[in-house]
Ligand binder design. Structure first.
Ligand SMILES: Nc1ncnc2c1ncn2[C@@H]1O[C@H](COP(=O)(O)OP(=O)(O)OP(=O)(O)O)[C@@H](O)[C@H]1O
Length: 363
């Protein structure tokens, strides 16, 4: 049923481009000469720290903000000057207040009911489409409720149905689950992914949550200070970060200073521990790339366990290195943790099992 409504969109995935887009607020440049091609039918995440310009870029792509320079292009057509209402983009925001005095049904139907008479589908068709979408967002049995009678997660699903009813070419989601608690958030992002697999509508999701972007998106655009740092698949940006910023933003990290010989790290000390880091390069080690043992081995550093945090499938161990007094974070799979059971205060030996080097990174 659903496929009828969206059949046009399914055969023709719409694509979106930013060409040299700059957006300023007074003297401040929020989006700085960004060029980006959003492939049709994919779910792309704009990921970056607070204030990096994600929302401004999204709003500019949508037509809610006019770029100071550059162009926004949908399906090859420059959109500058075309009002947002004519661009066929759908939105879901973090706090997208539904109309409180309208039922769920009326909220979802709204976008069709306000269309000019000539474009408005007949009542029966509107009802059919609303029910179809409510079924899709698994709320068909709630159509008579008012927003106040629903949970935050349910309201966001209504907001999504409301955005989809007008069959947008592009769906823009700005931290749609940002106000929800962690469990609901996780559940909804998986649900969003399944929904996207069904609809294949070209979508952009703004988030500052790395896990959310990695789990949900086909593609991640990492932003920093109004610019794009990297643009690639979740695997590419996580496993092959373009630079130290991307590496650090995508997960926890221990930064060492050392020297690499072949593929071996021969000397190292934690970040900031060296007064004069004259020799060697910064070496980045993820917590899961650290080994921990009771027996000394060549290259291991002696340390004391300062904290053990068990979190289900993994355990997070913090140790303090003898050499420098710095803390290092280690993530052990459950089986390793159960085998070794490091205890607070225990003397251990730790070493990186993998690392990434960014020679241009300044400690
Ligand atoms: N209307 C505005 N007037 C002035 N400055 C603005 C305006 N909108 C955004 N900014 C500034 O532009 C920068 C980027 O803001 P933006 O909301 O795009 O960031 P963001 O990456 O979405 O951040 P967050 O995740 O916190 O929402 C911020 O420094 C913000 O203060």
């Amino acid at each position: 049923m659903l496929h009828e409504t969206h059949s046009a969109d399914r055969t023709e995935a719409h694509y979106l481009e930013a060409r040299g887009v700059t957006k300023r607020f007074g003297d401040f440049t929020a989006v700085d000469d960004v060029s980006l091609a959003i492939p049709g039918g994919q779910l792309t995440a704009l990921l970056g720290p607070s204030g990096c310009g994600k929302t401004t870029l999204l709003r500019t792509l949508a037509g809610l903000e006019a770029p100071d320079q550059g162009a926004v292009v949908i399906d090859g057509q420059v959109q500058n000057g075309i009002p947002v209402t004519r661009r066929k983009v759908g939105f879901v925001f973090q706090h997208y207040a539904l109309f409180r005095h309208m039922t769920v049904f009326e909220n979802v139907a709204f976008g069709l009911r306000v269309k000019p008479k000539a474009e408005r589908p007949p009542k029966s068709e509107i009802a059919r489409r609303v029910h179809e979408l409510l079924e899709l967002v698994q709320l068909d049995n709630q159509s008579g409720k008012y927003p106040d009678q629903m949970s935050g997660g349910q309201r966001q699903r209504v907001a999504l149905a409301r955005a989809l009813i007008v069959q947008p070419k592009i769906l823009l989601l700005d931290e749609p689950f940002g106000a929800l608690d962690a469990n609901v958030r996780k559940e909804l992002r998986r649900w969003l992914r399944r929904l996207h697999d069904e609809l294949h509508i070209t979508s952009i999701l703004v988030t500052h949550d790395q896990d959310e972007a990695l789990e949900v998106a086909d593609r991640i655009v990492v932003m920093n200070q109004g610019r794009i740092e990297q643009d690639g698949s979740p695997e590419q940006v996580y496993l092959h970060p373009a630079n130290a910023f991307v590496y650090r933003f995508l997960g926890a990290v221990n930064v060492f200073h050392g020297r690499i010989e072949g593929d071996r790290l021969v000397t190292y000390a934690p970040e900031e521990s060296l007064q004069q880091p004259a020799s060697g390069v910064p070496i980045f080690v993820r917590p899961h790339e650290m080994s921990l043992s009771r027996e000394p081995k060549s290259g291991h550093l002696q340390a004391t366990v300062t904290r053990v945090g068990f979190s289900g499938a993994t355990a997070r161990i913090e140790v303090q290195l003898d050499q420098t007094g710095r803390e290092v974070e280690i993530m052990l799979p459950l089986s390793d943790y159960q085998q070794r059971r490091p205890a607070e205060g225990e003397r251990v030996f730790v070493a990186p099992t993998g690392f990434t080097e960014f020679s241009d990174y300044q400690i």
